[in-house]
Design a protein. Sequence first.
Length: 118
Amino acid sequence: QVQLVESGGGLVQAGGSLRLSCVVSGPALISRNWLGWSRQAPGKDRNFVGSIFWSSGSTLYADSVKGRFTLSRDIAKNTLYLEMNDLKPEDTAVYYCAAGVPPKFNSWGQGTQVTVSS
């Protein structure tokens, strides 16, 4: 069982940047897994943001974040990162670190709030 703990959310003005982190436990599993992020805005479904194949670093992104968000991982620290640049009010959501086959995943962390003010 993979366990995921997010941090790094907060309040930022439009055009600003934030970096989310996710510490992942269960290293015997994650080397064969996709890890990534989903987000859920109030009153909306949880949507795929991006994912990275842990061993190779291959990435996938939702069209809405391509060119603005970047996934990376530190294998030694078992940590996944989401660098978010040029943030927009529509990026406001709870961001969940996730594991499993994208875009749906099958495991999530507790979530971290990101609020982008206009």
